[in-house]
Write a protein that binds this ligand. Structure first.
Ligand code: SF4
Length: 53
């Protein structure tokens, strides 16, 4: 799983949906734990589809 940083608009939605797996750094989202349970929900919640499986 990864984040397409060129698409990410830094909205922070997925960090609030799944704080175990993601963290914001420098205004962009980064993966810290790709095995967290909530990642599927987070992928669906990204408004710009920047999260890939
Ligand atoms: S939900 Fe998508 S656009 Fe928003 S910070 Fe996360 S990766 Fe970026």
């Amino acid at each position: 799983m990864g984040v397409d940083e060129s698409k990410c608009i830094g909205c922070g939605v997925r960090e609030s949906v799944c704080p175990e797996a993601f963290e914001m750094k420098d205004g962009k989202s980064h993966v810290k734990n790709p095995d967290a349970e909530c990642t599927k929900k987070a992928i669906l919640s990204c408004p710009v589809g920047a999260i890939t499986e």
